[in-house]
Ligand binder design. Structure first.
Ligand code: ADP
Ligand code: TRP
Length: 329
């Protein structure tokens, strides 16, 4: 059985792209693997969130992942800052991470460009903390988006370096993991490209129905097909893609036939798409709100997660201390 681990950025809400592209797969994978999912709230300190926002962000992320189907009884779901073994391993790994290689990381260079007024050491050593996150549970597979591949490569480099320096075969090399044939790219509603937070075109699981209707009705289309069986322009193909994800096959067929017969009215398609999105998101949204306001449940979830995570993490740190030469008197 593989150990799968993923860190969740503790900023921002889940949109349909995150759901179909990642979270849905986590939900499936938790039954087939030893899974660790955690809220990366130490990483988020690099941008100096206000204390009240930090707490709210963690609560939001936990509520949304739980509502989307992560089962805290099956997977290990925890908050990074609840596991003190992670910063300890991070400190130890920092001694074998070189400033030069950290400065050359693309994500660091990007941060220098984006926040020149706050280039802190936490940003520089971000990949080391990420490495600690991963190898502390000896994860085999790490599902990450493209932007995180270099960080994962560095995690492998640090793990390999540790093994080599101390002549051990202690750490497993974590591999990036994508979900194979199921890999999908959920398009946005603005005509081109994917749905994304920074693209500002997301339909969020927590969006109210009227917000979803408004967003969908504003979706970009074209002037409509002039001759039967025309190829679709990208904005229209994107709408059909979303319809296929969220509606029943007969609905898709109905609008496809209308498109091919040049009788389609995009307004009708959008109305249907909006309602089907709402049917899909509404129960999740209700559950998000319910969990968000249930202190007792959340407390139980994070306590259980921290306990399970610390069991595995403390064993690693104990072994690493021993390998490094720390012995108790
Ligand atoms: P965002 O910043 O837009 O929320 P991230 O880049 O943080 O998205 O991605 C988080 C996860 O969600 C990644 O695994 C990524 O592959 C997935 N994801 C994000 N947007 C999409 C999309 N439009 N289609 C499919 N998967 C997506
Ligand atoms: N850096 C990741 C991101 O921005 C989040 C993260 C932190 C992570 N630690 C991790 C992802 C460990 C995978 C494994 O999305």
């Amino acid at each position: 059985m593989d150990t799968v681990l993923s860190g969740i950025r503790s900023t921002g809400n889940l949109h349909l792209g995150n759901y179909f592209g990642a979270v849905k797969n986590f939900v499936r994978m938790q039954h087939e693997n030893r899974c660790f999912f955690f809220v990366a709230d130490y990483h988020s300190l690099t941008t100096h969130p206000k204390p009240e926002n930090l707490q709210n962000n963690i609560r939001t992320v936990l509520s949304e992942y739980l509502a989307a189907g992560l089962d805290p009884e099956v997977a290990t779901l925890y908050v990074q800052s609840d596991v003190p073994e992670i910063p300890e391993l991070y400190l130890l790994l920092n001694m074998n991470a070189y400033v030069g290689e950290l400065e050359r990381t693309t994500t660091f260079k990007e941060k220098i460009r984006k926040q020149p007024e706050n280039i802190n050491a936490g940003l520089l050593t971000y990949p080391v903390l990420m490495c600690a996150d991963i190898i502390i549970h000896n994860a085999d597979k790490v599902p990450v988006g493209k932007d995180q591949e270099q960080n994962l490569e560095m995690a492998r480099k640090f793990a390999r370096r540790f093994n080599h320096m101390y002549g051990v075969e202690y750490f497993t090399m974590p591999e990036p993991y994508n979900f194979g044939q199921e890999l999908i790219k959920v398009p946005g509603l603005d005509g081109t490209g994917k749905m994304g937070k920074s693209e500002g075109n997301g339909i969020y699981l927590a969006d109210e129905p009227k917000v979803i209707r408004k967003k969908v009705m504003r979706a970009v289309t074209d002037e409509g097909p002039k001759v039967p069986n025309s190829p679709m322009t990208e904005p229209v193909a994107n709408l059909f893609y979303l319809l296929e994800l969220l509606s029943t096959p007969d609905v898709v067929e109905h609008f496809r036939a209308q498109y091919n017969g040049c009788t389609i009215r995009y307004g009708d398609l959008k109305k249907q798409l909006a309602e089907d999105m709402i049917s899909f998101t509404s129960p999740i949204r209700d559950r998000i709100l319910e969990i968000y306001n249930d202190d007792e449940y959340l407390r139980k979830v994070v306590r259980m997660g921290a306990e399970k995570a610390r069991e595995s993490a403390s064993k690693t740190v104990r072994d690493v201390r021993e390998i490094l030469g720390y012995r108790s008197f």
